[in-house]
Write a protein that binds this ligand. Structure first.
Ligand code: TYM
Length: 330
């Protein structure tokens, strides 16, 4: 079975963008691949975090992933900081990565622009190398992510190929897997920026744990154009096209089918139907989430996951250290 690896940051709440762009694919792939999914708490530390909140959010995000349909008997779910090899391989790969390459990463440039330059952490700069380490530790073939991670995946491939060229075949060079629709869900208040949990305006995103009334209200307020035609046209109608994408993915219906249903009916009806489709998608996830959090089962799932992950990661790390000429202990 081919290997899959992907990670999710425990920063804030997950959005329907994370769910449709990534987690839905994680759930599907567990049926056909050997999957490793990771709550990447070390990545979250690249920007200031409140310690108590970080711990809580790490468990919450893990529980949301299981509640979304990840089955502990079919895949491995773990916390990044539970497997030391991630940080260690990251250092080794930093020695193989160029300053210029990291300076070209658009996510770094965007995040750094939003902070005062002098206080941007060095780790925010080297963040993509830790991501490469995550992936390469598991001899990963396929990495399901949203569109925003494409550049980081290209860098991962470059690092893997460079290492293999310099030290001989060591790493599997992974392929990126981005869904054809849903790879980039946009904000509800601005269809030119992606929906993000770090947006200060909660009206810009639908959180996985939003109550039905909140979802109705957010969708009701979502920005649209001044027309009334429900038609998929990302150039002319980016807001409606984004809502149609969400509607289609939540309902399992085709975009054409939804367009036909709302022909001549205007945006209010359409938004009403969309809100119900989103609520119906999230209801079972929310119910499963609350059950999991009450039972405390998530800690055990993560503990077992870390044991499984550690075994594979350490074998890869030993191979890498050997190739690089680091002397093993007796
Ligand atoms: P993160 O935590 O920001 O997001 C988790 C996953 O959700 C996807 N995503 C979206 N997809 C569609 N539309 C959106 N609006 C949207 N917002 C987020 C992301 O693309 C991602 O797949 N650097 C990564 C975490 C990471 C990782 C890894 C991923 C660390 N190591 C190794 C893959 C492999 C991140 O910050 O994702």
């Amino acid at each position: 079975m081919k290997r899959v690896f992907s990670g999710v940051q425990p920063s804030g709440t997950l959005t329907i963008g994370n769910y449709l762009g990534a987690i839905k694919q994680f759930v599907r792939l567990q049926e056909t691949h050997e999957c490793f999914y990771c709550v990447v708490d070390l990545h979250a530390l690249t920007v200031p975090q409140d310690p108590e909140r970080l711990g809580r959010q790490t468990l919450q995000v893990a529980a949301m992933m299981v509640a979304s349909g990840l089955d502990p008997d079919k895949m491995t779910l773990f916390v990044q900081s539970h497997v030391r090899a991630h940080a260690e391989l990251s250092w080794l790969l930093q020695c193989m990565t160029y300053y210029g390459e990291l300076g070209r990463m658009t996510q770094f440039k965007d995040k750094a622009r939003r902070q005062k330059h002098a206080t941007v952490s060095a780790a925010l700069f080297t963040y993509p190398v830790l991501q490469a380490a995550d992936i390469l530790l598991y001899d990963t073939h396929l990495v399901p992510v949203g569109e925003d991670q494409r550049q980081h995946l290209e860098l991962t491939r470059d690092i893997a190929e460079r290492f293999n060229n310099r030290y001989g075949e060591t790493f599997v060079v992974p392929e990126v897997y981005i869904p054809r629709t849903g790879g980039r869900i946009m904000s509800l208040d601005n269809a030119s920026t992606k929906m993000s949990k770090s947006n200060p305006n909660p009206g810009s995103y639908i959180a996985l744990l939003d109550e039905p009334d909140v979802i109705r209200e957010k969708i009701g307020r979502a920005k649209t154009d001044s027309g009334r035609e429900v038609r998929y046209d990302p150039e002319e109608k980016p807001e409606i096209s984004n809502l149609l994408t969400i509607y289609s993915l939540c309902s399992g219906r085709s975009i054409e089918d939804i367009e036909a249903e709302y022909e001549g009916r205007g945006y209010k009806d359409f938004k009403g139907g969309l809100a119900e489709a989103v609520i119906a998608t999230l209801r079972p996830v929310q119910e499963a989430y609350h059950e999991l959090m009450e039972s405390g089962a998530i800690r055990e799932i993560l503990d077992r996951g870390a044991d499984r992950a550690r075994e594979i990661a350490e074998t890869t790390l030993d191979r890498v250290k050997d190739r690089m000429g680091l002397v093993p202990r007796l």
